[in-house]
Design a protein. Structure first.
Length: 204
């Protein structure tokens, strides 16, 4: 099937899904269409077509109204899956962390499998005063140390947020950087340093 035909089908299907609840129209299952057109290439693997239970529930029509017990269960499962540093070495190099925060590379078919991935943090957060273009989906992280100390609990909480933010918010929009294998533990250490090092642009 040609790309233009596939796009047309998806647009029509989405239109059907958007009105299904109000007009009683049967929703179209997009999964077969997507699976038939997607091919593994570069860093884009077929695994991304499989939703976790959390993704499936949060993609449902009631995504913003999960029952309290279900939400708590998903958050507990996410928290239990967080891997903390065995040596309790929380911080890496903030300069490398800044590069990771600036980079939007990775997880696309055009990226070589062995190429490092970026965090693209500025797409959702403000991190420094010098940055004039940043997203506002997430809270500002500028002057992070003014709101967070350098104690173990603060380090664990921040690491958890980066590893899998669903531990705090079951339907968070933030990528599961550690849980989904987007960033390595060493890259997360570098991002932690960007947030906690007094010399980093985040805290100046």
């Amino acid at each position: 099937m040609r790309t233009r035909q596939i796009v047309s089908l998806i647009v029509l299907a989405l239109a059907g899904c958007a009105t299904a609840h109000d007009e009683g129209v049967e929703a179209v299952d997009l999964a077969p269409i997507i699976q038939s057109s997607f091919r593994a290439r570069g860093q884009a693997g077929l695994d991304r077509l499989k939703q976790t239970e959390m993704q499936r529930l949060c993609s449902s029509a009631q995504a913003h109204a999960l029952p309290a017990d279900q939400k708590q269960r998903l958050q507990r499962q996410a928290l239990e899956g967080v891997r903390y540093p065995d040596d309790e070495r929380w911080l890496g190099d903030w300069k490398r962390g800044e590069q990771i925060a600036q980079s939007g590379a990775g997880m696309q078919y055009s990226d070589k499998p062995e190429a490092p991935r970026g965090g693209n943090c500025y797409a959702c957060h403000q991190l420094s005063a010098a940055e004039i273009a940043f997203g506002t989906i997430g809270p500002s992280l500028y002057r992070y140390l003014e709101r967070n100390d350098r104690g173990v609990e603060s380090m664990r909480r921040t690491w958890t947020q980066i590893w899998n933010s669903h531990a705090f918010n079951a339907c968070s929009l933030m990528p599961r950087f550690g849980d989904a294998g987007i960033l390595t533990p060493d890259q997360i250490r570098d991002l932690m340093a960007l947030l906690f090092d007094p010399a980093s642009p985040v805290n100046r």
